[in-house]
Design a protein around this ligand. Sequence first.
Ligand code: PLP
Length: 395
Amino acid sequence: MLNQENVKLGKVRSSIRELFEYGKKRKAEIGEENVFDFSLGNPNVPAPEEVKTALADIIAHTDPIALHGYTSATGAYEVRKVISDYINSRFDAGLDPDCIYMTCGAAASLTITLNALVNTGDEVIVFAPYFPEYKVFSSHAGAKLIAVESLDGTFQIDFGKLEAALSSKTKAVIINSPNNPSGVVYTKAAVEKLCRLLKEYSLKYGNPIYLISDEPYRELVYDGAEVPFIMNYYEESIVCYSYSKSLSLAGERIGYIAVNAKMPDSAEVYAGICGAGRALGFVCAPSLFQRLIQRVYDKTSDISIYKANRDLLCSALTEYGFTVVKPDGAFYLFVKAPKGDGAAFAGRAKKYELLLVDGKDFGCAGYVRISFCVATEMIKKSLSAFKALAESYNL
Ligand code: PLP
């Protein structure tokens, strides 16, 4: 008998993908320009020019055998050195190359980290709304996912609810700031309070509670919002980073895990990460893209387009009577469903050819997610549909 859990997982498409597929079908029926697809978080801003020139240069001037061959399982030393030096220069983190493990993006960073930390029966806390794959990754690692609601209206951490969820079984807490799907960035005060609390509960239970910071959107922030660097606040912390969004390289699968050097058992944790990477087959991240990162580690795609899209959508939707939390980062807008039912709202939006994702998938029924990493022209064209949708609710 096959592993039925995996068979089931493989058969059910995520509802985001489901909606995307529906969008493709609908575009074929009524024309591409008449469907307003806000379903996927696929960057629509091209990678910086430096990516193209660096790739061409690397391909032209590197020995092809070395270029396409294996690197170390953990990633090429020179690449890990550039990354640790860069993190140190930005955040004074005191990392060395042996704190860095190169991965195929944040998804791999997270699965490896969770498999390294978790024993069967442990609990992993996340804050709703959360990236739906956290559930898949945690349960595959043997942990139970505990979702803690955030504060209504701001999506900052609800510390009362967090305290109620912490237990002797809590192995890790995952934070994702800037957040998918709310776009919220945790304030410095919230991060400080979170870290104080986790320290207190680690002492209380006599086991470290690890803090995992999932950071594919770190560089995507607007109006000068600052994302506190978690290692400067909490010793038992691990950063799961990705270049998917910051460099618009989502399909190339490149990112890293950084283990806090100040963690008392950092060498053990790093060994666990190497072991989990090995067991999962996540060794030697794509060699060409490791070398690319060595050259463009400090570059970011032009995010002014995302900011323009955010401003356009936020002001129009607010004007039409919808309730939104203006995102400080990422490229998502979480919109309150007018009658409190996200599924019904997303269903009604479809009648106006607006493809919005039901918030239930993010552990937050009563909302829908709009991905605004789309052409500004499409947003402009979609506004009359949003207006009609609002009118249908008498907003
Ligand atoms: N974490 C969050 C919050 C995400 O939104 C995503 C992708 O959308 C990922 C992780 C996975 O990113 P990657 O493409 O780097 O695997």
